[in-house]
Design a protein around this ligand. Structure first.
Ligand SMILES: Cc1cc2nc3c(=O)[nH]c(=O)nc-3n(C[C@H](O)[C@H](O)[C@H](O)COP(=O)(O)OP(=O)(O)OC[C@H]3O[C@@H](n4cnc5c(N)ncnc54)[C@H](O)[C@@H]3O)c2cc1C
Length: 822
């Protein structure tokens, strides 16, 4: 009996090893064959049962290894079912799915990420020219910006700021040098946008939009020679201001459902009958629209009279229309949460444009959606992540400094455990966001267009921005609430929802796009199966399908083993401090691959409608990517030990959230028996991961509230003027002064305790301490400077009773009401 149990155990281990290593059908056949021979010879297997087992085994061996038989008996029926289950996809859905490239997301989906390959990806760096631009014109621009004046008084940037932006080429960072642009790398572009964003969202958005998905980028990739030669130099120098209009009142997230239309027609144009389009559209929310000179417009083209001889329904098309063209209604403004960047609606009715205004000319009619989807990855990976990390840097700097300067209960508030919690979140999320921003921008510079990773970056950067801004507001109390030139948080707090909503609203991005697109694009076999079904190729399907099955079995084996061991022993880069995190991520990558596969098998095409499950699977993929970036970032910066608290907090948080997301998937999985089995494979020892500890949070908070090299690196790249007349410069000076004065305060408190000082009022206490030689004149001066700066920093703005707004607001309101009444 004992030998039977041992044999059975050995067999199970062998089978598990075959599954783990994704063994071929031949290997399975040999191992199973040897097992049966041993069983038969030893007598364990005998009689009629032996006959049945041998028959089943031999039949399985033949079917598995002889392709024509396998295809006829197994693959063909599966193929028929698969084709029926495969959801129908619109052309726009298919173009969105196929856009961009697969990068590290492919490794994360494989269940076996190759960490050495990941660390070998070259680090993003600035060229000398980019560095000079960041240190020169960008700094100068930041010094000119006055966000309060822009948002409260001018509702625009100062005219001299616009001039500076245009003259120095800020609007042409992505335009190649041959057209007079800067030709910056994605990372260089990201550094510039990030720095400006730490100063003014108005300026940042005004610079971001022409450098993001819009006329310049579309022209660079798809424009005709004439269009490029004419527009790109004008856009680079700011002679033309672009905007891009996709969103319509009834077509927001589902932008492809727009009703804006262009009818192919012939009309007299500059004296000759010309082939063109008669456009009718209504768009809203268009950034820079009110001041744009060139309108990029997306519409659906139709050719009802078959003037072009082919289809009548041509599809989404993009054109460039000068805004002074007769019939273009543009110039009115929305007021998005008090942001002062230009944003507004535009429309036109029966506006004729010649065909050569279509971007790329007539051959690009109907290609608009593909063009937009192909270009989306770049913009999404740069602008909003850069803006979000700017919020991280500003909140890390201001919350750390303010909570050191601001005292309550005779203690700097940053030393209270309650405040340490939000401080730790701010610091660690800033580190993680900087890592993700840097590495994703670096991927673009390597020629990638990572559509799934850019959606992850956009979603997680903006969500974490929301979190750190809320945390910073809590830390600042009333100081964050009262708006005015000295409030460096209020406008960010107001405007966070803008970043959440634009370039793919976040709920949609999380629920539909990240896993929905990732599962098809990044999975090693799913797209191959789908393509086989579309091409009706049973041969290709057979290859992909059985590899897919092996892949799933392998991940089940790996998931169980790595769940038991926690990934110990898995290959990982040789860094004592981070090795375990790599191993843990390998474990989760295998478990994720298993959960993703089983979800697709069980739920099939309707997974698209199971948005909550899809969102949680997307969370796991996202958190794996964020963790990967954080680990690589630490490595790229030379494994600086003083950054470890930031790294560890971020990774603990990600791992814990991965566990929560996986638990959510399993708890809500529609097939309960399968969910039961999956839980044993994914969490064989239960859910053992914990949130970042209080002690770790304390270490992170310490980085933020003390001047240190780690803090300097965390906030590097933000605009921090060395000027005490500027609130940010003042806050920095106050923090340094307070830290310098703390030993002085300690001496005075000790003297007070010892009963040596009799004065009761603070200033008098320190004067008396000085007169008693408890502190020197220099120390008294240090303390006084800290006190003056602290008072200045904790001050909030106050205004006349009517806020001085009487002249401005009614005018705006009257105009809006007037239109509504019409
Ligand atoms: C300040 C600002 C600037 C903008 N700039 C531009 C611009 O320059 N050019 C341009 O073309 N557009 C621009 N937009 C438009 C922006 O891209 C849209 O606001 C965005 O696409 C969302 O559309 P919507 O606001 O109509 O929201 P809706 O589409 O109505 O969405 C409402 C909510 O429903 C969710 N949702 C929708 N579908 C799903 C789904 N299937 N599953 C789950 N949730 C879903 C969304 O996530 C969102 O939370 C701008 C918008 C703003 C506010």
């Amino acid at each position: 009996m004992l030998s039977f149990v041992i044999s059975l155990l050995v067999l199970l281990v062998v089978l598990w090893a075959l599954a783990y290593h994704s063994a071929s059908a031949i290997a399975w056949s040999i191992v199973m064959g040897v097992t049966l021979v041993v069983g038969s010879v030893s007598g364990v297997l005998s009689g009629a049962i032996a006959g049945i087992v041998w028959f089943v085994f031999l039949a399985a061996v033949v079917i598995a290894n002889v392709k024509p038989l396998r295809v006829a008996l197994l693959s063909a029926p599966f193929f028929a079912i698969y084709k029926k289950l495969l959801p129908q996809m619109s052309t726009t859905e298919q173009e969105a799915l196929e856009a961009g490239t697969v990068w590290w997301d492919g490794d994360l989906f494989s269940g076996k990420p190759d960490w050495n390959k990941w660390l070998a990806v070259p680090r993003a760096t600035l060229s000398a020219e980019e560095q000079a631009f960041v240190d020169g014109p960008t700094n100068k621009l930041c010094g000119m910006l006055d966000e309060w004046k822009s948002t409260h008084e001018l509702h625009d940037l100062q005219p001299e700021v616009w001039q500076f932006i245009k003259e120095h080429g800020f609007l042409g960072m992505i335009i190649p040098k041959e057209y007079g642009g800067k030709g910056f790398s994605a990372y260089g572009h990201s550094q510039v946008v990030m720095k400006i964003s730490t100063r003014s969202a108005t300026a940042a958005v005004s610079v971001m939009v022409p450098n993001s998905l819009g006329p310049s980028e579309l022209l660079m990739h798809y424009g005709t020679k004439e269009q490029k030669d004419y527009y790109l130099p004008r856009l680079a120098k700011g002679i033309d201001i672009p905007c891009f209009a996709l969103t319509a009142p009834e077509a927001g997230s589902d932008a492809a459902s727009m009703t804006d239309a262009g009818i192919v027609c012939k009309q007299l144009w500059e004296g000759t009958e010309t082939l063109g389009l008669r456009l009718t559209w209504e768009k809203r929310y268009i950034t820079l629209g009110p001041i744009a000179t060139i309108l990029g417009l997306a519409f659906k083209a139709y050719d009802p009279d078959k003037l072009l001889g082919g289809e009548t329904d041509l599809g989404i098309t993009c054109a460039l229309i000068p805004t002074n063209h007769p019939g273009v209604n543009i110039g009115r403004r929305h007021m998005p949460l008090n942001a002062a960047f230009m944003n507004g609606p535009n429309s036109g009715k029966d506006v004729f444009i010649p065909m050569d205004w279509v971007i790329g000319g007539q051959p690009m009619l109907g290609q608009g959606w593909r063009m937009l989807m192909e270009c989306l990855a770049a913009g999404r990976s740069i602008s909003l992540p850069a803006q979000s990390i700017a919020a991280g840097k500003v909140t890390s700097f201001t919350s750390g400094a303010y909570s050191r300067v601001r005292q309550q209960f005779k203690t700097p508030i940053g030393k209270f455990e309650g405040i340490e919690e939000p401080l730790a979140r701010i610091g660690a999320m800033t580190y993680l966001l900087d890592a993700t921003r840097t590495i994703t921008a670096g991927a673009l510079d390597l020629g990638e267009k990572p559509s799934v990773l850019s959606a992850i970056s956009k979603y997680h950067a903006t969500e974490r921005m929301r979190q750190v801004v809320i945390d910073a507001m809590d830390i600042h109390g009333g100081k964050g609430i009262c708006l005015g030139p000295n409030n460096y948080l209020g406008r960010a707090y107001q405007q966070v929802p803008i970043a959440i909503t634009v370039e793919g609203a976040n709920i949609l991005t999380r629920s539909l796009i990240i896993f929905g697109q990732g599962a098809i694009r990044c999975h090693p076999w799913v797209l191959k199966e789908m393509n086989a079904a579309r091409a009706d190729s049973i041969d290709a399907f057979d290859d992909a399908f059985w590899e897919h099955i092996k892949f799933t079995i392998s991940n089940a084996g790996r998931s169980l083993w790595l769940g038991i061991t926690g990934g110990v022993g898995m290959p990982a880069p040789a860094c004592a401090e981070t090795k375990r995190y790599y191993q843990q991520m390998t474990r989760f990558s295998s478990a994720f691959a298993l959960l993703a596969d089983v979800s697709m098998f069980v739920i099939g095409g309707s997974l698209k409608r199971k948005e909550k499950l899809s969102a949680r699977l997307g969370d796991v993929l996202s958190l794996l990517y964020l963790s990967s970036c954080t680990l690589k970032f630490y490595d790229e910066r030379g494994q600086q030990k003083d950054e470890l608290p930031l790294l560890k907090w971020a990774l603990y948080d990600c791992a814990f959230k991965i566990q929560v997301a996986m638990d959510g998937i399993l708890k809500n999985f529609p097939n309960r028996p399968i969910a039961w089995v999956l839980r044993r494979l994914v969490f064989p020892k239960g859910m053992t991961l914990i949130q970042p500890s209080d002690e770790l949070g304390h270490e992170v908070a310490k980085i933020l509230i003390n001047p240190s090299a780690a803090r300097d690196r965390l906030i590097a790249g933000m605009y921090l003027p060395n000027d005490e007349n500027d609130i940010m410069g003042q806050l920095n000076a106050a923090m340094n002064a307070v830290v310098a004065a703390e030993p002085v305060e300690a001496k005075v408190r000790a003297a007070q305790k010892a009963g040596r000082i009799t004065a009761k009022i603070q200033d008098a206490i320190f004067e008396e301490a000085n007169s008693l030689s408890v502190i020197t004149d220099t120390e008294l001066a240090l303390w006084k400077r800290a006190r003056v700066l602290t008072k200045e920093v904790i001050r909030v703005d106050d205004f006349d009773k009517n806020f001085g707004l009487a002249a401005v607001q009614p005018t705006l309101r009257t105009a809006q009401y007037a239109e509504a009444a019409e």
